[in-house]
Structures are given as C-alpha cells and as structure tokens.
Design a protein around this ligand. Structure first.
Ligand code: GTP
Ligand code: MG
Ligand code: ZN
Length: 294
C-alpha cells in the first residue's frame, strides 16, 4: 500500500527526535517539531533530508530563508520547488509581505513551538537531474546560542544538527568588517559544538557539506569579489577551524537589500533600519552548492 513504505517511521513517531506522540498532536510533545512533517513524508514515501540554517541572532537567517524559499517557488535558476503542506508557506509569506511594506520580519522567538518549518520537494534540472526533499527550520539565534553554551537545553536543535545532511552557517559580514570579533567567535563556537557532538576523532573531519554565508554583504561589497579572502582577513579563527576540522566547505557572500534607510519615531531613542528596496544577490548560489553535495 502506498504511504506505508518508509520502514523506519511509525505514524506517530516524531521524525526529528524519535519520541512517540499521541496521534492527534500537531507538534511533537518532546521537541515541538510539527508532526505534519512526518505525515507529509510518509505520503512522499521518501526520507527527507534536513538542511539547517544556523547563525547568531540578528545575522539574517529568517530574511535569507524566506527569500530563498520564495526564489525556489519562483523556479529560480535550475530549481523547481513544491511546498509540502500549507505550514511550509508561512515563513516565505511573512518575509515577503513584511519586506513589501519596507519592514524587516520580527525576530524569531526562542520557543521552538513558534518556529517556522519548511518542507519542500526540490527538483534540480541540471546535467544530473535530481529530486531532493528538504526540511529547513528557521531556528532562533538565541536558542542556538543557549544550546551551544549548555548542550541539551534545546533537544530539538541537537537532534536537528545531528540529522542534518547539509549546513548553512550564516555570519554577519557587515559586523565583521567593522572590526567586531563577535561573528568570528560565534561561528567558531557553533562549529566546535558540532565537532564535539559528532565526536569526530582527531584524524577525521566533519564531512557534512557546510556553506558559510557572509550576510549583509551590501554593507561591505568587497566580500562579493573574494569571500574566502574576506574570511581569512576578518574571521581568521573561523577560517583556521574550517581548514582543520571540515572536509567539505565553501564561502559565499549574500545580501537581500539594495539600500537601507534609517528611521526613528519622535520621543524614541532607537533607530531602526528600513529596507528601501530588495535586491537579491548571492541567495541561490550557496543553496545550489549544498544541493550539489547531497
Ligand atoms: N544590510 C542588510 N541587513 C540585513 C540583511 N538581512 C538582514 N538584515 C538585518 O538583519 C536583521 C535581522 O534579520 P533576521 O533575518 O531577523 O535575523 P535572524 O538571524 O533570523 O535573527 P534571530 O531570529 O534573532 O535568530 C534585520 O532586521 C535587518 O536589519 C541584508 O541582506 N542586508
Ligand atoms: Mg529569525
Ligand atoms: Zn520530536
């Protein structure tokens, strides 16, 4: 019978953490992953692969993922993408509708039950045409930081990273270019957490394909010319760790805005950036690279 083919899953066993739930719950009671992922994957009769988008708070993960998914559903490049389940559209819609009103989307809450999850069937028309089913959750940077600082605080993150077939590590290039060491340290902490979790020996390296994105590159356009050179110069700790612990990594520059304005309300003492227009650069390339490696 169709739909019963995946031997490793039973209908109420969470795909992310493996916990058995009551059949009716919409989110896993243990880790808050949507149970719809499981039901949709049973319908596909194919094991989906997880690509995790990770990075510090405020680096631009939500914005990046929203635009990426929107490009995929617009058949950008060689891709064609079919969202599985209406929940998969929520992130894309939130980002696009906010940006159309010249607002950045709100910060992702720390609670896992409020994250957006996207499950897409992606078809790549290339020399070797292929289908991949991808699960891409939008994780909050603060939750990632909490898990890295105290492993097992956010079980869902640990399970996701453990199961990831590909990683996209986002870093704030604008902040790094201004001389801050925060982006470098965060990325190094994140990678060393993953390295320890995988328990890779001294002579082995992490072979999960890892794309490292230099976000907000509109603020430091020279990183488009040579992302690797930028990382060596501005995030040298990260570069060294990649070279010694990862076997498959690549650097990419990306940006979603063409120009920014800054606004403040009377009597307010804070200034917010206003995206005056959207200009996507380097959004698809890192994703394409990850899919090519899967
Ligand atoms: N200049 C510039 N700023 C950007 C770009 N993308 C995002 N930003 C800025 O970065 C902020 C944070 O973006 P988000 O996508 O919400 O960041 P996040 O990584 O999801 O943060 P958390 O949800 O807290 O983990 C936005 O509000 C913008 O101010 C970009 O391409 N260029
Ligand atoms: Mg976010
Ligand atoms: Zn679960």
């Amino acid at each position: 019978m169709r739909g019963q083919g995946t031997a490793t899953v039973t209908p109420n066993r969470c795909m992310i953490c493996g916990e058995t739930n009551a059949t009716q719950t919409s989110q896993c009671l243990a880790c808050a992953a949507p149970m719809a992922l499981l039901h949709d994957s049973i319908a596909q009769d194919r094991e989906p692969q997880i690509v995790s988008i990770i990075g510090d708070t405020n680096v631009g993960k939500t914005v990046y993922l929203g635009f990426l998914l929107d490009m995929l559903t617009h058949r950008a490049g060689d891709f064609e993408a079919i969202p599985k389940g209406a929940y998969s559209i929520d992130l894309q819609q939130t980002v696009i509708s906010n940006m159309a009103r010249r607002l950045f989307p709100p910060k992702t809450p720390m609670e896992a039950n409020q994250w957006y999850w996207a499950y897409y069937q992606v078809y790549q028309r290339a020399s070797q045409a292929k289908w991949v089913d991808l699960i891409m959750p939008d994780i909050a940077g603060e939750s990632l930081a909490a898990e890295v600082a105290a492993p097992n605080t956010f079980k869902v993150i640990r399970n996701l990273l453990n199961k990831s077939a590909g990683l996209m590590l986002l870093t704030d290039a604008a902040l790094a270019a201004s001389g801050s060491s925060q982006p470098d340290f965060f990325a190094v902490r994140m990678l060393s957490y993953i390295d320890t979790m995988y328990g890779t020996g001294r002579n082995q390296r992490i072979n999960t394909p890892t794309a490292i994105l230099l976000c907000k590159a509109d603020q430091c356009p020279d990183c488009f010319d040579d992302p690797t050179k930028f990382v060596k110069a501005n995030m040298n700790r990260l570069w060294n760790l990649c070279e010694s612990r990862l076997s498959n990594f690549a650097f990419f520059a990306c940006s979603v805005v063409g120009s920014l304005g800054y606004a403040t309300a009377p009597q307010e003492d804070y200034v917010i950036p206003v995206p005056l227009h959207t200009a996507l650069q380097g959004v698809l390339e890192p994703f394409q690279w990850v899919v090519d490696q899967l």
